[in-house]
Ligand binder design. Structure first.
Ligand SMILES: Nc1ncnc2c1ncn2[C@@H]1O[C@H](COP(=O)(O)OP(=O)(O)OP(=O)(O)O)[C@@H](O)[C@H]1O
Length: 591
């Protein structure tokens, strides 16, 4: 029954025992396989088993999507853990075992992302680095900095001195400390391996070395107790400049202590029409024929390339293309605008909203909250800003569970006994009402009522006080920033969490693994895509090919590519067209 919606190759992958490396082209059903693999493994467990299965995803969006889909299949998600590797390390390694690591045993707080970003900006100014100068924050397995340049290393030392003084840990430290815990106390990977029957890793080609080390330490220790299921596509490896590496099968085998691993593949593309596939095959690094096998396989679709529009008119042009798709009856949520750099999301979203007032947009840049997803108050706010809804029940359940754990680890005290279960906590949150109509006072009011009910005096815990201050300070900053100009009412706050339904505005990294009827990508220029970092590191060609491949392969039938004119460097030199795109000879449709 669970396997009914899979083809033969997909069924084989789902039913394959032991460790698996599944590599396949875009649209071949890798995500579908992961979801069914999780469901299948659960169905094979003995009744009453306490074991769990896990999916590690590249983005929070992707992990939430897995929850939604399993929920829609009627699968009980109690025994499923899905999230990014960072959240896994926090929840399953750092939080329960920090007392064993000298660096953490005297307390720690997860650093607020925006606090770290501000600190880095200040240190860049101090060290006379430009805002765009890259700094590699990653650690090697032995704890040394991966950053090779000396000024950057000085900056890193100061940055870490500040974190240490404040007992903060950022994303990279989280990975390093998790790894240290695993290797210094073999009982811990053993315990995790006893608990997790399966670890699925989506987009494995973008995994960093330290991440492989963490995952494989658990698999290796458990020998055959935990199956590793790596899924990805080497042509979609777009994280090389941020340490992502697609290890080959021999390397992975060696990481898991020589245990056998079965290579599998999927063929056929269910997503995209053949013409679009043939177009993006220009960007493949390995020339493999991809065959469209979905219902739209024979459709002509629309592929346009505009290299004449001036950047001053870019938003009007994007709006025109959105209208063309809407006029064809394509739903808003099936249209995606890909921006070349994340910091452009806000301004483009705002302008598009102004030009197309009747159209809904789904863009993180329009949200009142900054992206400090690990802030405990952010986690509480998302429960108050989403209502009870069966479609996202599993997700809210998971959020409630996280909150119970977070409060308990930060306060060393538990919620009032009756609220220690996610179900009862959700019931409490759903019952709290506020008369406030403005977002900030509404959240303050809900938080205070909540704390009274669960009997936690947050003022006694400096990290909670500090994080609450930071959480609201960032909202205030965004509300008063003319660039954002976000409405401050409660509806605007709630719309941030509304289920994705409007035209998506995001970066290529932000929509990894997703698909849309129409993709509109602009800024396809040397310096944006590929980014200067790739160009300076001598990796421009490969990075650019892979980015173009990922961008184009998100589309089902319509692809609009734009290399606008008139964008310049600070020195005033005009940015050139993306070189890979320039080389393509194709019979484009008229735009
Ligand atoms: N056996 C199948 N029958 C019908 N549709 C399928 C089948 N397998 C996958 N699909 C559909 O094909 C589309 C692409 O699937 P999926 O997102 O799982 O691909 P993917 O390999 O993960 O792609 P990417 O590498 O781009 O992330 C989805 O709409 C999915 O529902």
């Amino acid at each position: 029954m669970i396997l009914a919606k899979l083809n033969k190759e997909q069924k084989i992958a789902v039913q394959q025992d032991g460790h698996v490396l599944l590599t396949a082209c875009p649209g071949s059903g890798k995500t579908r396989v992961i979801i069914h693999k999780l469901a299948h493994e659960l169905s094979m467990m003995a009744e009453g088993s306490k074991k769990k299965v896990m999916a590690l995803t590249f983005t929070v969006r992707a992990s939430e999507e897995i929850f939604r889909r399993l929920n829609a299949m009627g699968i009980n998600s109690d025994q499923i853990w899905s999230g990014t590797l960072h959240s896994f390390c926090l929840e399953w390694i750092i939080r329960p075992y920090s007392c064993y690591l000298p660096e953490l045993m005297n307390g720690y707080t997860i650093a607020d992302e925006t606090f770290c970003a501000d600190l880095i900006d200040t240190l860049k100014v101090k060290h006379k680095l430009k805002a765009i100068d890259p700094v590699n924050f990653r650690f090697n397995r032995d704890g040394s900095f991966a950053e090779p340049k000396s000024i950057q290393r000085e900056l890193l030392k100061e940055y870490h001195a500040v974190l240490k003084k404040k007992k903060l840990i950022d994303f990279e430290l989280l990975l390093l400390y998790a790894y240290r815990i695993l290797i210094s106390l073999p009982k811990i990977p053993q315990t995790l391996s006893n608990l997790f029957k399966l670890i699925c890793v989506d987009e494995y080609q973008d995994t960093q070395d330290l991440m492989y080390a963490i995952i494989c330490q658990i698999v290796k220790t458990g020998k055959t107790k935990t199956s590793l299921f790596l899924v990805g596509d080497t042509d979609q490896a777009i994280y090389a400049s941020l340490g992502g590496v697609a290890k080959n099968i021999a390397e992975i085998k060696s990481e898991i202590g020589g245990l056998p691993i079965t290579p599998l593949t999927l063929t056929g593309n269910y997503r995209t029409c053949q013409r679009v596939i043939d177009f993006y095959s220009h960007f493949q690094t390995q020339k493999i024929k991809i065959e469209a096998v979905g219902q739209n396989a024979k459709q002509k679709g629309m592929i346009t390339f505009n290299n004449v529009v001036h950047h001053g008119g870019i938003v009007e042009e994007i709006a025109r293309l959105i209208r063309i798709s809407l006029d064809k009856g394509i739903p808003e949520g099936e249209i995606c605008v890909l921006v070349p750099q994340w910091w452009l999301i806000t301004s483009v979203s705002k302008k598009l909203r102004a030009i197309l007032p009747g159209v809904n947009f789904d863009a993180s840049g329009l949200a009142p909250m900054a992206r400090n997803r690990d802030n405990i108050w952010y986690k509480l706010s998302r429960l108050f800003l989403t209502g009870p809804n069966p479609r996202i029940y599993a997700l809210r359940y998971k959020w409630a569970e996280e909150l119970i754990n977070d409060f308990s680890s930060q306060t060393k005290a538990n919620f009032e006994e009756q609220f220690q279960h996610p179900k009862s906590l959700l019931r409490l949150i759903n019952s709290i009402k506020s008369v406030e109509t403005e977002g900030m006072p509404y959240l303050h009011d809900c938080f205070d009522q909540f704390l009274v009910e669960v009997k936690i005096d947050y003022s006694l815990h400096p990290s909670l006080v500090e994080n609450r201050k930071l959480f609201f300070a960032h909202i205030e900053k965004r509300l008063s920033d003319p660039v954002f100009s976000i409405p401050s009412d409660i509806l605007s706050f709630k719309s941030f969490y509304r289920e994705m339904s409007g035209v998506i505005i995001n970066t290529c990294v932000g929509v990894k693994g997703e698909e849309f009827e129409t993709v509109i990508a602009y800024g396809l220029l040397n310096g944006y895509i590929p980014h200067w970092n790739e160009i300076f590191s001598g990796n421009a060609n490969e990075a650019s090919k892979k980015l173009m491949y990922v961008i184009c392969s998100r589309a089902k039938t319509n692809l609009h590519l734009i290399s606008e004119k008139g964008r310049t460097t600070k020195k005033g030199d005009e940015l050139a067209m993306n070189p890979e795109l320039k080389d393509v000879v194709f019979d484009y449709d008229i735009h």
